[in-house]
Design a protein around this ligand. Structure first.
Ligand SMILES: NC(=O)c1ccc[n+]([C@@H]2O[C@H](COP(=O)([O-])OP(=O)(O)OC[C@H]3O[C@@H](n4cnc5c(N)ncnc54)[C@H](OP(=O)(O)O)[C@@H]3O)[C@@H](O)[C@H]2O)c1
Length: 274
């Protein structure tokens, strides 16, 4: 394959702004979707100096995507190889906006990307560490209590929206692969995000439910994962392992943090979206 073309949804987000130059440095092509034309210059300034000719900014409102066909229109225009979902309502606009973006638009994009006619071969979804219904076996009592507190008392609507998107990605991607499409689903699940430069190392794979990680390291891990054959769920916190080594380990050991979830229920859920 020639250099991959990546569509970033939520291109003006803090993780996305850090990811864009990393992809351009690999000589990949990037199309970054923003909702506000004034944000175009922020994307180009963050992109750095490498391969700027490979960057395109597209103005589209993700919130207005109310069907798979609306998402397919964007994918058909861009024809990306990979899609990164790093958009989010960020709690602004109440539950209606949270569900419209973090659940519904995300699922429409997944559905469109996984369809047989789409150019997309990988979908990387930036989720969060406690986005799950079950408890993975490696979580401590404190991890369980902390995740329950966040999901039930602090971010209840965000939790419902993200878990629905994560499960849909898993099930829709499996259906696509079962139907013969080469399609990798990558669910990257960071802890609380910070704005520092990171770089001291990461804890990737099976982690507790509590802790922080820098957005810069999330971007580094995402860029590295897209360059591998990985598919699955990976939790991410600040740690001590170098990003490249952590990604290589998770790929070679086929680490997947899905353990503890009810896979039968996820795979048997209805895939048709309303
Ligand atoms: N905050 C945390 O601690 C945390 C922890 C784990 C995971 N996460 C998840 O990590 C992801 C990335 O985080 P982040 O810090 O980079 O988030 P962010 O800075 O809030 O970025 C989200 C992006 O989505 C864009 N967006 C919102 N509505 C849109 C619309 N209608 N059309 C187009 N774009 C739209 C926003 O655009 P504008 O720039 O125009 O507002 C923003 O650029 C998010 O999905 C978040 O849920 C967050």
């Amino acid at each position: 394959m020639s250099a991959p073309h990546v569509l970033i949804l939520g291109g003006h987000g803090k993780v996305a702004l850090r990811l864009t130059p990393l992809l351009l440095q690999k000589s990949w092509r990037v199309t970054s979707i923003v909702r506000n034309k004034d944000h175009e210059s922020d994307i180009t300034s963050a992109a750095g100096k490498s391969n700027l000719e490979n960057l395109r900014v597209l103005v589209e409102s993700i919130e207005d995507v109310k069907s798979t066909s609306a998402a397919a229109r964007v994918l058909d225009e861009v024809r990306p190889d990979y899609v990164v979902w790093s958009a989010g309502a960020a709690g602004k606009g109440g539950p209606v906006r949270t569900f419209a973006i973090d659940r519904d638009a995300c699922r429409y994009y997944i559905d469109a990307a996984a369809s047989p006619s789409s150019s997309v071969k990988k979908f990387l979804l930036v989720s969060y560490i406690a986005s799950r219904r079950g408890y993975p076996p490696w979580w401590t009592t404190e991890d369980k209590a902390s995740a329950d507190h966040v999901n039930q008392n602090i971010l209840a609507n965000y939790y419902k929206a993200k878990v629905a998107a994560d499960e849909y990605l898993l099930a829709r991607s499996k259906a696509a692969r079962d139907a013969g499409k080469a399609f990798a689903d990558i669910c990257l699940r960071p802890g609380t995000l910070t704005d520092d430069d990171g770089g001291e190392g990461v804890l990737l794979g099976r982690t507790g439910s509590r802790g922080e990680v820098s957005r810069t390291d999330v971007a580094r891990v995402a860029a590295a994962l897209l360059d591998t054959e990985y598919r699955g769920w990976l939790d991410l916190l600040k740690g001590k392992e170098e990003v490249g080594a952590a990604v290589d380990r998770c790929v070679s050991e086929k680490v997947d943090c899905i353990e503890g979830e009810d896979l039968e229920a996820i795979y048997n859920a209805r895939l048709e979206l309303d």
